[in-house]
Design a protein around this ligand. Structure first.
Ligand SMILES: Cc1cc2nc3c(=O)[nH]c(=O)nc-3n(C[C@H](O)[C@H](O)[C@H](O)COP(=O)(O)OP(=O)(O)OC[C@H]3O[C@@H](n4cnc5c(N)ncnc54)[C@H](O)[C@@H]3O)c2cc1C
Length: 401
């Protein structure tokens, strides 16, 4: 039997996130967005309702909820503003869940517990000036010196770069393998902001997710203790890809929330605005835009729910999560463009939220696998060019709270 019913626990979480975001964020988001300002008080608010530990087991300081809950929280947060969902994507999706699956017990106690409790914030550093989709093109290197690794390199377009306390960072440790782009030469490290030689700065010219923090960081002879290597030294690339399976899930659910926000704003405006003697909702071409938003919303939601269900069961879901992310983000771009259209010139101003939705949606069509990379992945699965093999570490199934 397929059961689409959310549990009481899911409903409760959904309701508490919705209420918190409507109360604490909604009234201020327009001004924060215009001021290009991230408010750190949101992190404290999210921690206070357990959001910074969603889907992390209680034994590691988390809320002990399932993966569907992570999707629900992401959807509700992005309904209000993308910047909030980005926190879930990097802190929980890319970092906490990766440590949960790949971290040593010592790393979990030292890093995952304070992160899941919301006392520390976590980020993810893969992208570099010359390496985005082509992650093997990273230039960062780590050289072993005694019981430490010395890291040098620059990471760019990093969410929470100026805020996070800990970063999951990827660097080449085998320079021979780097020459031939063999990803087995890449290693994953936990780097703390306080490590000597680490510095960060904001992106100055960003035009979307303006209430969020995005930046770069530089590592100049940063000494990282051996015990901060995540997994084995040759597993960094696999770990980076594993992390994306979790981050993409939150992006998919978040983009679904953005479609819903576009739909709701468009329905409201279609009742308010009159042309040719009727409210614009009476015009068939406006109805078409709104109907498309509804079908995109429902389809996107089913896709991320399926991916979350597979995660709950502990089944591999790279393919399903990638499809959910690709579909939802492309649909959110369509919904945001159409929501602006429904609002006419008013949509082209910041008086209404749809202009912000339009600026915000585009990032997700680029990060965590661009639209083109996801298209290629889905085609490759069908053509038999891509097969997911079992990994040494997998996301643990949900075992109940
Ligand atoms: C707001 C924001 C936040 C981000 N946060 C993070 C973060 O926290 N951590 C992190 O590590 N990174 C982060 N990123 C970086 C993001 O992951 C990269 O931007 C993304 O991987 C794309 O890389 P790129 O920008 O270098 O584009 P490129 O890889 O240079 O791609 C440029 C264009 O070429 C296309 N293309 C590339 N290769 C192919 C191919 N083989 N076939 C067909 N088309 C191709 C792409 O689809 C794209 O259209 C963030 C980006 C943004 C915008």
């Amino acid at each position: 039997m397929i059961d689409f019913t959310l549990t009481d626990e899911h409903r409760l979480l959904e309701q508490s996130v919705r209420e918190w975001a409507a109360r604490e964020v909604q009234p201020r988001i327009h001004d924060l967005d215009r001021a290009h300002q991230f408010d750190p008080a949101f992190l404290a608010g999210m921690a206070s309702i357990g959001l910074l530990g969603v889907a992390v087991p209680q034994e590691y300081g988390g809320a002990g909820t399932d993966y569907i809950s992570l999707g629900l929280a992401s959807e509700e947060l992005e309904y209000v503003d993308t910047s909030l969902r980005v926190i879930m994507s990097v802190h929980i999706g890319l970092n906490c869940l990766t440590l949960l699956a790949w971290g040593s017990e010592e790393q979990k106690q030292r890093y995952l517990v304070p992160q899941a409790q919301g006392r520390k914030i976590a980020g993810y550093g893969l992208t570099e000036p010359a390496a985005g989709s082509d992650a093997r093109a990273i230039e960062s290197v780590a050289v072993k010196r005694g019981d430490r690794w010395v890291l040098n390199g620059e990471k760019t377009w990093i969410s929470l770069a100026d805020l996070a306390d800990h970063f999951l960072v990827f660097a080449w440790t085998d320079l021979q393998k780097k020459k031939v782009r063999d990803p087995a030469g890449i290693t994953a490290f936990i780097v703390e902001r306080t490590f000597k030689g680490f510095s960060s700065g904001p992106m100055k010219e960003k035009w979307g997710i303006l209430a969020g923090n995005t930046g770069h960081f530089v590592m100049q002879d940063v000494e990282v203790p051996e015990e901060n290597v995540v997994g084995r030294p040759d597993e960094g690339f696999k770990i980076a890809m594993f992390a994306l399976d979790q981050g993409r899930f939150t992006v998919a659910a978040g983009a679904t929330g953005l479609i819903r926000a576009c739909r709701d704003a468009s329905v409201k405006y279609a009742h308010e605005r009159h042309t040719f003697g009727v409210e614009i909702g009476q015009h068939q071409l406006v109805k078409e835009l709104i109907a498309q938003m509804e079908s995109d919303y429902q389809a996107a939601r089913l896709l991320w729910l399926r991916a979350g269900w597979l995660k709950n069961l502990g089944r591999r879901n790279t393919r399903e999560t990638g499809l959910a992310k690709w579909f939802a983000t492309v649909a959110s771009e369509r919904a945001a463009g159409d929501a602006v259209q429904v609002h006419g010139a008013n949509g082209y101003s910041d008086e209404y939220p749809v202009g912000r939705f339009y600026r915000n949606c585009k990032g997700a069509v680029i990060y965590e696998g661009t639209r083109e990379i996801h298209k290629i992945m889905q085609a490759d699965y069908l053509l038999g060019y891509r097969v997911d093999r079992a990994s040494r570490c997998e996301l643990p199934p949900y075992r109940g709270s």
